[in-house]
Design a protein around this ligand. Structure first.
Ligand SMILES: CC(C)(COP(=O)(O)OP(=O)(O)OC[C@H]1O[C@@H](n2cnc3c(N)ncnc32)[C@H](O)[C@@H]1OP(=O)(O)O)[C@@H](O)C(=O)NCCC(=O)NCCS
Length: 158
């Protein structure tokens, strides 16, 4: 398996993987917008035939109205096709995106939302990558499930 930066040509394959793996789906324009706006933050994993079998879609958060707030990255979506799981792909995708957030954008931390019941993702974020739960957002998801808002601080970055 090969992991590389996502390109605009990858958005259909990324969107397809997202549709298979997650109930939270996005318009193709959002995928393209992310890759064009923050071209160093989103990555894909491909099989030997070049088919996309995993991705991470990320951004620098611009939503805060508080201009003094720390610049930070945000993971919008990550998934790996079922038959390629537990091989360390998601961990690698996350670390590549996080490294770019800290080194290129000087982000102070990275945040994300995860379903309270998503054991695999919680294992990845909390146990493997060291994220901490910063908040619980009630009924964040369309089906009413709560989200944990999780954060990881880039302590050693300037
Ligand atoms: C969550 C997901 C992206 C993990 O992808 P992955 O490539 O299998 O993850 P990795 O192989 O990099 O796993 C790294 C670590 O995460 C944890 N982890 C991964 N899957 C796990 C599972 N099913 N149960 C518990 N812990 C798990 C483990 O700590 C694992 O380390 P280990 O294999 O050494 O024990 C994948 O399960 C997936 O695509 N799920 C559906 C989509 C999704 O839920 N995305 C996250 C939305 S917030």
């Amino acid at each position: 398996m090969n992991i590389r930066l996502a390109k605009a040509e990858d958005v259909v394959g990324m969107q397809q993987a997202n549709l298979v793996n997650l109930p939270e789906n996005y318009h193709i324009r959002l995928w393209i917008y992310h890759i064009i706006t923050w071209p160093q933050l989103s990555y894909v994993a491909e099989d030997p035939k070049g088919r996309i079998i995993g991705y991470v879609l990320a951004k620098i958060d611009e939503e805060s109205e508080d201009k003094t707030a720390d610049i930070h990255g945000h993971i919008n979506s990550i998934s790996v096709m079922r038959s390629y799981r537990r091989l360390g792909l998601a961990k690698k995708l996350m670390l590549l995106s996080q490294d770019a957030m800290a080194s290129i954008y000087k982000a102070k931390y990275v945040s994300l939302h995860v379903r309270e019941t998503n054991k695999a993702a919680l294992g990845l974020y909390r146990d493997t990558l060291g994220f901490k739960v910063a908040d619980t957002e009630k009924e964040y998801y369309a089906d009413g499930e709560n989200a944990y808002m999780m954060r990881f601080n880039f302590e050693n970055e300037s």
